[in-house]
Design a protein around this ligand. Structure first.
Ligand SMILES: Cc1cc2nc3c(=O)[nH]c(=O)nc-3n(C[C@H](O)[C@H](O)[C@H](O)COP(=O)(O)OP(=O)(O)OC[C@H]3O[C@@H](n4cnc5c(N)ncnc54)[C@H](O)[C@@H]3O)c2cc1C
Length: 161
């Protein structure tokens, strides 16, 4: 039995743990396109304030992954070929599956106003975004946060520290 999970976020990793708890022998493959693999997204705001280090964003150790016994492949799935029970990956290779789980998460809603694509307009969804914000913060003196949710408040707090 080969389980393939698309998405290496917390849902993907939790799925590996659940499958492994009931199927000791199954092959499990996680496909993820985030270059940094699995890390804490909620931790990103604290990474920006400097309260959390780069390393502390990673809740699992190499040993934890080894115990779970799965294969991680950095790849973007470009097509699900349901009739052939296979996936097409961004390098054009195919990967077959017996069971497929989509754990592809959520994305920051793009700002649909003119100027949204200008340099210096950023979003916070992934570690690469946080790193880009830190670079800009070194140069800028004023920042405007658009949005009034919890992440916006955390960003505001980060800006004050
Ligand atoms: C700054 C910030 C603060 C947050 N704070 C909180 C909080 O305090 N509390 C809380 O509950 N939640 C918080 N969240 C939300 C929380 O991080 C998400 O709900 C959670 O990460 C969702 O996990 P997930 O595994 O479902 O999806 P994600 O973490 O989005 O993981 C999905 C993965 O799938 C990958 N993927 C998508 N499509 C493909 C494809 N075609 N091929 C390969 N890979 C693909 C994505 O790149 C991503 O790596 C916060 C999020 C952010 C950004």
């Amino acid at each position: 039995m080969r389980h393939v999970i698309i998405g290496s976020g917390v849902a993907g990793i939790a799925a590996v743990e659940s499958i492994r708890s009931v199927e000791r022998g199954a092959a499990i493959i996680i496909l993820g396109d985030d270059p940094h693999g699995f890390y804490s997204h909620p931790g990103l705001a604290y990474y920006l304030t400097g309260e959390v280090s780069d390393q502390a964003l990673y809740p699992k150790t190499r040993e934890d992954y080894k115990k779970l016994g799965f294969t991680y492949r950095k790849a973007r799935v470009t097509k699900i070929l349901r009739d052939e029970t296979s996936l097409q990956l961004d390098d054009n290779s195919l990967l077959t599956y017996d069971r497929l789980l989509l754990a592809t998460g959520a994305f920051a809603t793009p700002l649909v106003v003119s100027g949204a694509a200008l340099q210096g307009v950023v979003k916070l969804g992934h570690l690469n975004d946080a790193r880009a914000i830190l670079k800009l913060a070194n140069r800028g003196r004023t920042a405007v946060v658009v949005g009034g949710g919890i992440t916006a408040l955390e960003l505001f707090e980060a800006g004050r520290s």
